[in-house]
Structure formats: C-alpha cells, structure tokens
Ligand binder design. Sequence first.
Ligand SMILES: Cc1cc2nc3c(=O)[nH]c(=O)nc-3n(C[C@H](O)[C@H](O)[C@H](O)COP(=O)(O)OP(=O)(O)OC[C@H]3O[C@@H](n4cnc5c(N)ncnc54)[C@H](O)[C@@H]3O)c2cc1C
Length: 489
Amino acid sequence: MPAILDARSLQTSTLDAPVCIVGGGPMGLSVSVRLSELGIDHIVLESGGREPGDNQDLAGGENIGQEYEDLVTTRIRALGGTTHIWGGHCKPLRPEDFLPRAHIPNSGWPITFEEFAKHIGGACELVGLENKWRAADYGDFSAWLDPEAGFFDFEAFKLSQMNHNPSQWAKGDFFTANRSRIGARILTHATARRLLFDEAGRVAAVECAGGEDRPLQVRAKIFVVACGGIETARFLLINKRLAGGPLSALPALGRYFMEHPQVVTGQALLPPSLPEYFFGVREPNGEVNQMRFFLKDRMQRQHGLPSTMFELLRPETGGQGPADRVARLGAAAPIRSGIFAKPEQAPLPDRYVALSRERTDRLGDPVTQLHYFADASAHASLQETTRLFARELGLQGIGLARLTMGPPGEPAGGKDSNVGWQRHHMGTTRMGTDPATAVVDDQCRVFGVPNLYIGGTSVFPTGGCVNPTMNAIALCLRLASHIGSSLNA
Ligand SMILES: Cc1cc2nc3c(=O)[nH]c(=O)nc-3n(C[C@H](O)[C@H](O)[C@H](O)COP(=O)(O)OP(=O)(O)OC[C@H]3O[C@@H](n4cnc5c(N)ncnc54)[C@H](O)[C@@H]3O)c2cc1C
C-alpha cells in the first residue's frame, strides 16, 4: 500500500529513491504499479491533492489558432489525474497504426504492434477490462455483417468500469481502483518545477514547490515524467528554456500535437431488430461493450484516408423516413441514428505546445500556449470516409445512411460546426529514431539524457482513432519493466 504524504508538511528538504516519477495520473501510477511488483523503491510527485481542487489553476493556459477548449478544464490536478473526469472508453490501437503510411505525414512507430500488444493484457487489468476485442467473442453477427466483404472491421469497444460517474460504476479514479497495487511514497501538493542536471548531462534531482518558500529536492537514479500530454511538454520546455543542456537539442519537443476530433457526420435509418451490441451492452462482469466500425487498413491505403472509427448513436425510436426507405427496411418503423465519426489526426509540426510569453502561473512559470488548428484536408477525408460508411451500411443490408456534414470550405471545427474534441492530448514528446523529429527513443528515454524517461500519450508518434489512455498505460508498463531491468543490470 502507498504512503501518502503532503509535501507542504514535510520536515525535510531532500528525499532519495532509486526512481522518481513526476505526475500521479494513470501513467505515473501505472509505472508505479509495475515498479511495486518488481520491489523497486520509488517516489511519486503529484502536484494536486487527493481529490481535485488544490492547484487546479496551475493547469490553465492559452489557446492560439482554432478555437479549442479552455485548457484548465481538460486536465485534472489530483492523485489519479484526469481519470477523475474521464469517460473510461478503451480499445487497443490497431496493427496498421504502427506502420509508416505514405498518406499520413510523419507516420510510423519505432516499435511493432506485436511488441506493444504484449503489454495490453496488463493495461486491461489496471482499467478493469477483459482483454477480448473481437466481435466473434461476443456473438454471431453473421446475419448482419460479412466481415470479409466490407470496408470496415467490426470490433468491440469498451467502457471501463473504472469510471468517475457514480451513478454507473462508482469505482472511482485510477488511484482508487489500483491503490492496493501501489507500494510507493506518494507526495501530494508537490509541483515539480526544475530538473537539476549533473556535469555528465544526467538528471541529478527534481526540485518541486512544496511548503511555503521551501522547495523540496528529490534525488534519484532514474526519473520518469508523466504529467499528461500537454503538461509533460510544458515542464520540459520550461526546463529547456532555463537549463538548456541536452534538452536544447530537441527541436521536436512540444510539436506534433494531436487530438481526436469527433463529429456527427451523417444520419442512418436502421431496422428496429438491430442487435443491442450496435449501441452498447452491459456485460455480466460490469464492462459496457459497444461494437464499432473501423476503416480497414486496405481501404485507408487505397483511398489515402486516416484511421477512422464510426459509432452508431443510440437512436431515438419512432424516427420517420421517406416512405420507400421505410418499405425497404420492413414493416416496423425504422429507427433513426446519428453517425458519429472519430478520425485520426495527422501529426504535424505546426500543431504544437509552447510557452506563453506574457502569462505565468501562480508559481511564476510560463503557462502553456497551445497552437491548434484543423488541417484543410481533414474535412474532405471525413466526408469521403462517411460516404464509404454509408455504402457499407447499405451493402451489408444494415440500413440506409446519408452524409449530413457541411460542404468543404466550412471549417472542420470551431464553434460553427458540430466538431468536438475528446480531450486526448498526444504527440508532443513523440517516440522515434531521430532526435531531429522525435523526443524519446523506442524505450521512451529522452534523447541525450540517459536517465530521463517519459510516460504517457505524448510519446505517441501517431494516435490512431481509438482512445489513448489504456494504450499509453501499456507503454508505461513496458517502460517500468525496462527500468527494472536497467536498475538490476
Ligand atoms: C473529459 C475527459 C474525458 C476523457 N475520456 C477519455 C476516455 O474515455 N478514454 C481515454 O482513453 N481517455 C480519455 N480522456 C483522456 C485521459 O483522461 C488522459 O489520456 C489520461 O488521463 C492521461 O493520463 P496522464 O497520467 O498522462 O495525465 P493526467 O491524467 O492528466 O495526470 C497527470 C498528473 O500529473 C500531475 N502533474 C502535472 N504537472 C505536474 C508537475 N509539474 N508536478 C507534479 N505533478 C504534476 C497532475 O496533477 C496529474 O495528476 C479524457 C479526458 C477528459 C478531460
């Protein structure tokens, strides 16, 4: 079990441990779970308190470019991190997400899907899900779909029982759900601010704001930064500006920011007899399972389209369609459903996290400045993918669908459209083989700093179309095993 200490009331100004993890969200805590299993002593520094509230203002920032959500609402400073408000949706990345694709600039991971997939079972366990994702594991859908014939794969997509909504599952945030697996010293109200480097360019200590005017230093052999997809980049950019050193040689730091837009792109008329699995079923073990449609790899390559997931929204019953359509669908009135599209966003260097030149936070550090925009080609791609999806529904005999998305030229985002964001922050410390275009290597180690690692969605070189958290947890478990091996070497 963890020892939770409030940094504001510590009597010491220095602590030592073999490993120091900065950030007590699902990523930092996943590293902690695995290190605990390996019996490795470590300290977790968490800026917030046990529950959201304290230090939340430190997550504020500025948005430049296309309208985006107020940054202070998209991350939570508290032990358990943003899982205090997350949706709990999970699905493993797909094999093609790891491959270079000519039509997605800067695509390709330095690790294979097979290497990544070894750790998904462990990640499923931490978010309370069974590691089963094939539609065939949940029923016979052959009367509705021929999986070989179509343009889309039909697979399970799940809602974790670890969810903030007490009316549904009451299992709480990631820390609450996994507390018994964690054997760390956790310091709350410990906001890491400075990395202190030794002469060899290794991190010697991290300094954080603890009690009033009394900084706390934590010294360790290995450091893991896991502050979230935006905040990790901000923390390193602040240190790059102040300390320079090896971080100066990382031009990709903060760049290639990716989100997952979500757009209602069409409408479908569906037969009332469509199995509940198309809209979501609660399994006996408590997880909620909704089958979704994923654009096949061959279709992505053939049409130059990004990875895209479609969801049929739970319909309003009694929808009215033109008489001929009603006739084709059978005697009972069809149900009307929205088509919800969730496309991959390309990693582009011009979408990035920087530091504000004017605003500082309460501690005196520059706040985040997020430069966000939707690329012009995204709108047309989404229209084309939706047309393919509408054809798929028709060809498979599932239903009739049409595109309702506005014309090209209309911005694929912003307040005038129905585009929303899933608050998935990825790519800002991307994994790669070249420090000119990446920040960490294939072990999530920062280029040029042998004892500094990053845990989280910020290491994703591309983000696929699925929710990132469980996937990044898998990478954190892999990272912690690597740390275990290097400490024992
Ligand atoms: C409304 C909402 C719904 C979401 N739904 C889903 C979903 O359904 N599925 C999904 O996969 N993802 C979802 N996400 C995204 C998900 O919450 C994040 O991917 C995930 O929380 C990232 O984990 P993390 O540990 O990297 O960052 P966080 O959860 O943000 O945790 C980072 C931790 O680091 C701490 N910290 C930050 N800076 C410092 C510092 N300087 N010193 C010390 N500590 C620091 C913070 O206080 C925080 O506790 C959602 C996000 C939001 C906002």
